[in-house]
Design a protein around this ligand. Structure first.
Ligand code: HEM
Length: 469
């Protein structure tokens, strides 16, 4: 590192200029541009400036998700995702300091939450209880075993097929929470072991690609409910979650179909949830052959640079579909195979998507500019909805009912989240950050109300023929 006097200092203007290539409609510079152009690309972490241009993305174990923070203060996102080892590697990309006169997202709220993180680390709370995760694994195995036993013994009766569909949907939901935990590196300290366990839980048991999911989910964690950045609210032309999303009408391929969907979205919402799992399964397969191209980038994310990862993923997906199709056929015959599989996919879709929806939908949606001045912890609070209540709601939602705490500390094992919720809540109160916790059904009502409000606005705009750009 150069001596203090020789350290280059940067203004935000210079740092933001390094996002050249981004536009209001496409706020992220494409990975291809970052990799191929020789222009420096800066991010700021704890007032130090790092250049992540060139081969950074190809090397980075988190892949192109780092680019969601280009030109920004990425301190919170960096702290949330990384271990001590990554902090040591930072020096390789260091190019200077943020000018002392420039502001950052750092404030007293960040100080208090960083202190909480440090205390949790010292207490060893980031280490998981293996007994908890083993119990969870046994639970999902029992659900699946019951489903298959009923289907086999039922000899094609409608009741046994319905029971199989419901139990298999539940199995996929609960396995989904398990793979989510593992892929957030909550289970093992070895990242490779987490990826391997995740491939088994995600690809083999669930039929969903962990690479596809990891890419989407890391982007979501980095920019939750940020318009045009968070893939989880990028649901046009089917659902619009904000007035801002209505401005995307001009970009969709079938504006008339989109207008129909959005103006009926509160009614279409639940049927659409039923289709969610089939859509994810389809995208999981496509992803294997066109990694990254789904989002318009032709280069693959860093986690795919090992061909073995792709081979394992493909093998997992093939195993999943073979086991399910042949198994159902063996129990109920060809004619009933498709309806049984279809029904279980619908139930699985609803059970998973309803929880995802509860986590953030209907909460505040920020513009890119607003997110640039909102620190990572505050972003977690204002965009996240906790669902309080019983042990049953924690079981059903896989601990994601502590959504705010999960976003603050994604690597904290799920069984520790309830233990810190009260403290996080009181810190939010102390710093006047609005913390929202509600019941499962009132949360769902909030989601539907938001859809209804946006739908009404869409109809108003259509009726008055206001052109939205
Ligand atoms: C110069 C800046 C960065 C460096 C040197 C870096 C380095 C690393 C390293 C070494 C890992 C492996 C895990 C670990 O040791 O902790 C990692 C993983 C990861 N990074 Fe970064 N990182 C940077 C910036 C970012 C940013 C800004 C984001 C998000 C906005 C990000 C997201 C991730 C994610 C999601 C993973 C986990 C991937 C997995 O599932 O294993 N990184 N990074």
């Amino acid at each position: 590192m150069p001596p203090a006097s020789a350290v280059r200092t940067f203004t935000w203007e210079e740092i933001r200029a390094s996002t050249k290539g981004a536009s209001a409609k496409q706020p992220r510079v494409s990975t291809k541009e970052v990799v191929r152009s020789s222009a420096p690309r800066y991010i700021v972490i704890h007032r130090k400036v790092y250049d992540v241009s060139g081969d950074f993305v190809a090397w980075h174990p988190g892949g192109e998700v780092a680019l969601t923070q280009l030109g920004e203060d990425a301190s919170g996102a960096f702290d949330a995702f990384h271990t001590e080892a990554a902090t040591e590697i930072l020096a390789n990309y260091y190019v200077g300091d943020l000018d002392p006169s420039e502001p950052t997202k750092h404030n007293a709220f960040v100080d208090d939450l960083s202190a909480l993180r440090a205390r949790l680390e010292n207490e060893g709370q980031f280490c998981s209880s293996k007994a908890f995760f083993f119990r969870k694994f046994v639970e999902v195995c029992l659900i699946s075993a019951l489903a298959w036993t009923l289907l086999y013994r039922g000899q094609g009766s409608v009741l046994s097929m319905l029971a199989f569909g419901v139990l298999t949907g539940l199995f996929w939901q609960q396995t989904g929470w398990l793979s989510h935990d593992v892929l957030h590196h909550q289970l093992w300290t070895s990242r490779r072991l987490n990826h391997l366990t995740g491939t088994f839980l995600g690809n083999v048991l669930q039929g969903l690609s962990i690479g596809w999911w990891g890419h989407k989910h890391s982007n979501h964690h980095s920019t939750p409910n940020v318009h045009l950045s968070d893939p989880d609210i990028d649901t046009m032309p089917f659902l619009a979650w904000s007035e801002m999303a209505l401005e995307l009408f001009n970009d969709v391929r079938e504006p008339t179909a989109a207008a129909f969907m959005v103006s009926h979205q509160p009614i279409l919402y639940f049927p659409l949830l039923g289709l969610a799992r089939m859509s994810w399964a389809y995208q999981s397969i496509i992803w294997q052959f066109a990694k990254g191209r789904i989002d318009g980038d032709t280069s693959a994310a860093g986690i795919f640079r090992f061909p073995t990862a792709t081979v394992l993923e493909l093998a997992g997906l093939i195993l999943h579909w073979t086991w399910n199709i042949v198994g159902v056929w063996y129990c109920v015959g060809w004619v009933r195979t498709l309806p049984v599989l279809f029904f279980s996919q619908i139930i699985g879709g609803i059970l998973l998507a309803v929880v995802f929806s509860l986590n953030h939908n209907g909460m505040k949606i920020l513009t890119r500019e607003e997110s640039q001045i909102t620190n990572h912890y505050e972003l977690a609070v204002v965009t996240g909805r906790n669902v309080h209540g019983s042990a049953l709601s924690t079981w059903f939602t896989g601990g994601l009912n502590y959504q705010i705490e999960h976003h603050m500390f994604p690597t904290l094992p799920r069984h520790r989240l309830s233990g810190i919720a009260e403290e996080v809540h009181s810190l939010c109160k102390k710093h006047h950050v609005p913390y929202h916790s509600t019941g499962l059904f009132s949360g769902l009502a909030e989601v539907v109300n938001r859809l209804a409000r946006i739908s009404q606005e869409a109809r108003r705009r259509m009726a008055t023929n206001i052109k939205t750009e």
